[in-house]
Design a protein around this ligand. Structure first.
Ligand SMILES: [Zn+2]
Length: 409
């Protein structure tokens, strides 16, 4: 690997010092501040840190952090991998991840959907993994359509190898200008943002997993990889039972994407899959925490599609706590609650908490879901008899619950 220019070396070192200072003074893991300091001193730092490495960028509305983790786990088979494991998914976080592993020949970077064009341009990553696009907090279909259009422009004319979920029409459209695409039939649970053709606006017809525009030629490409219930069928027709420790359909889909990305790095399923099976939790998600005879499994859900995924993982026989906040990272407006169908919770003991518990209470009341309103997470937790329970929380509510348990992950 070639040496970084002196200025970049210095910027990278000072960035790491800032990150350490941030950590020791209790201001978080420091990956963002460290990267920011580095970029101020050397605006070209990300480009220089990316040079001479084989990089994969991972973007989607949901599942970015988990898929990044799974791909990283697989690629450690090949050598050292630099990654932004804590979800700092903008350029400062990427700088920080790459400077922390300066000699790693591989990098797997989670990238915020809006930053993907910029980060692809800067890093020249050879592989891009695109999974799903749906409304996030206050976004609506028009905004995510614009996002997909930006992906198209960014990918056009580049040698990038894209691994994309062809069950999501908008992702398919966003990826289809790339020179090389490996299509993965990874499934799509949330369909509310893809009833119309992104190419012409006509209606999309669906038959089973297949979809096609009624008015133009845009249609689902033939998949190379197929997620088939609990298994993945590879491009040679071999069926591999996934047997992941991470629960639920959404994670099996993330696993299928990770295997296809691993193959783009020359790593066969046989070697990659055992590594995927070692992943048990991702930044606290899916972790089970214990206290006072109760075992609570923590599920994070940041937007309507994420709630469907969490319901899919959740055990319908167990009591459930729902916690909703509306701080900056959650989106201040909770009108998205009306996009989620909560009727699936009928018949379960439901406890609700969080700063916006009253918004959630109104929503559940309209959906005819009985619930108990609790002032705090602890009150809800203690109101549930000893035994197992599930917790679904949005972003800052999830972090608060995690800290109550001493970030036990
Ligand atoms: Zn069309």
């Amino acid at each position: 690997m070639t040496q970084l220019p002196l200025r970049a070396q210095l910027a990278s070192a000072l960035g790491r010092t800032a990150a350490t200072l941030s950590r020791v003074t209790g201001r978080g893991d420091g990956s963002v501040i460290g990267g920011r300091v580095g970029l101020v001193l050397e605006p070209d730092l990300l480009k220089q840190l990316a040079r001479d490495r084989k990089l994969a960028l991972v973007s989607a509305t949901n599942g970015k952090t988990t898929t990044t983790r799974l791909i990283t786990a697989a690629l450690t088979e090949l050598g050292e991998v630099a990654t932004n494991a804590f979800g700092a998914n903008m350029p400062a976080g990427h700088v920080s991840a790459l400077s922390a592993h300066k000699t790693a020949p591989y990098g797997v970077l989670e990238v915020d959907e809006k930053y993907l064009p910029e980060v692809l341009e800067t890093t020249g990553a050879s592989v891009v993994c695109l999974m799903n696009l749906s409304r996030d907090q206050m976004d609506r279909a028009a905004e995510i359509w614009l996002l997909a259009q930006k992906w198209r422009r960014a990918l056009s004319g580049k040698p990038t190898h894209v691994i994309a979920n062809c069950d999501d029409p908008l992702v398919t459209w966003g990826a289809s200008t790339a020179a090389k695409v490996t299509w993965v039939a990874g499934g799509q649970r949330w369909k509310e943002d893809s009833w119309s053709c992104p190419e012409c606006g006509g209606p999309l017809d669906r038959k089973g997993a297949d979809w096609a525009c009624r008015e133009c030629t845009f249609h689902r490409p033939e998949p190379h990889w197929v997620l088939d219930d609990d298994a993945v069928i590879d491009p040679r027709g071999h069926r591999w039972v996934l047997d992941l420790q991470l629960p639920g359909l959404a994670n099996r889909s993330n696993g299928a994407m990770a295997l296809a990305v691993a193959e783009a790095f020359g790593l066969h399923v046989q070697s990659a899959l055992p590594r995927l099976r070692e992943v048990t939790s991702v930044a606290g998600r899916y972790t089970t925490v214990q206290r006072d005879g109760r075992a609570a499994r923590l599920l994070l859900s940041k937007n309507p599609a994420g709630w469907l995924e969490a319901f899919d993982v959740s055990d319908p026989s167990l009591p459930i706590i729902l916690s909703v906040n509306a701080q900056g990272p959650d989106g201040r407006d909770t009108s998205w609650l009306w996009d989620v169908d909560y009727r699936i919770l009928r018949g379960r003991p439901v406890y609700i908490t969080g700063e916006r518990r009253l918004d959630l209470a109104l929503r559940l009341d309209v959906a005819d879901v009985p619930f108990q309103l609790c002032e705090s997470f602890t009150e809800a937790f203690n109101a549930i008899p000893p035994g197992r329970l599930d917790v679904i929380a949005n972003y800052t509510a999830f972090q608060q619950i995690r800290s109550e348990f001493g970030r036990a992950v």
